[in-house]
Design a protein around this ligand. Sequence first.
Ligand SMILES: *Cc1c(COP(=O)(O)O)cnc(C)c1O
Length: 457
Amino acid sequence: MTAINAHDRSTAQWQQLDAQHHLHPFTDFKELADKGSRIIVKAEGAYIYDSEGNKLLDGMAGLWCCNLGYGRQDIVDAVSAQLQQLPFYNNFFQCSHPPAIELSRLLTEVAPAHMNNVFYTNSGSEANDTVIRLIHRYWDLQEQPQRKTIISRKNAYHGSTVAAGSLGGMNGMHKQYATLPGIEHIDQPYWFGEGGDMNPAEFGLAAARQLEAKIDELGADKVAAFIAEPIQGAGGVIIPPETYWPEISRICKDKGILLVCDEVICGFGRTGEWFGSNYFGVEPDLIPFAKGVTNGYQPLGGVLVGDRVANVLKAGGGEFTHGFTYSGHPASCAAAIAVIKALKEEGHIERVREQTGPYLQQRLAELAEHPLVGEVRGAGFVAAIELVKDKAKRQRFEEDDGVGGICRDACIAAGLVMRAVGDTMIISPPLTLDKAQIDELVDKARAALDATAAQLA
Ligand SMILES: *Cc1c(COP(=O)(O)O)cnc(C)c1O
């Protein structure tokens, strides 16, 4: 058996068929048809290759998921062997299978100590839908059924299903689908963009206290939970000031509401810790995860459930009426088991925490000198570069200038995949980059910044 052969058709033919029949996620279909998609044909290590033979350093680890990079024969073998042994069986009707059981053991071993149960989904979006179902079930079993409101944040990303999109705070998404009832949004802790005259510490406290004010406004007995990404990813790698998470934790404890940390991006080593919750020292009740758990080799998501919630779910009578045909799919679980073993045995997370993470951040910080750059921020192996018109005033370009898009195209031309969120350039590369590859990434980013500045002049 061979893979679909890239050489069966020319790039132009692939692009034409793609535009004719394939509706892409989060895409302007007309624009894509006009430009033609980039056809990615293979990947190895930290690099992807397109149908024209261009080699690109993948600064986004696929879509925040290929934390171990590409070309992992161990994961391929694990999936292949599992497909031969038991390609599918469900976990409904009092059935289970070894890959789901073994993965549950491993996940709860690496998760924060108070998290000892896991519910499986196929994606991060479904994990967040599941979060809503778990929260409702928990408060019903606690005989506080009026506690149903979930507080989230503007510019959060929690996925794209109707429920996950409602939890998220993306304006463009809400314009195309109204938010489900029972979800409220407070401001994000985005000091560079919204901090005004406050210093980061003051701003972090103020942003956190919006949660307290919102709970008081709604009535604490009506509020079920607060959900947030430890570091907002798709919103632009927004890293809260140090004061933020301790205050959020205090407020959730004081008000008795559940805390949900969406670790779909931060989980599995991104920050140099297993989870973003470890990085910020918070103890969530629920952790939705996906992406890095399988290194992108199979679709898999889930929710780690803390003891506070799990004990109630397990004690309460009656069925939890929720689940998916492929909850805990054997091949996906086999991929995740291989990934967790690799993360544990090959020392990737420790290396990011102690060596390559600090080195990446130190090298990226040099870009702050560039005339186009207003701020560089990061943690572990995730970072953002803010492009600005005026450094001192933190003044942005006009949206119509499309500066982020220009810089993204310049990155590609320089051989680097970096993503633009407005005028915020973001990276989240494989955790496997060595120092030479980090130098390569920073050199290419600098070349792209220079090319962007030249084009603007
Ligand atoms: C990507 C993402 C999701 C959604 O995951 P899918 O697998 O695309 O459904 C949810 N939360 C966060 C923080 C994400 O980055």
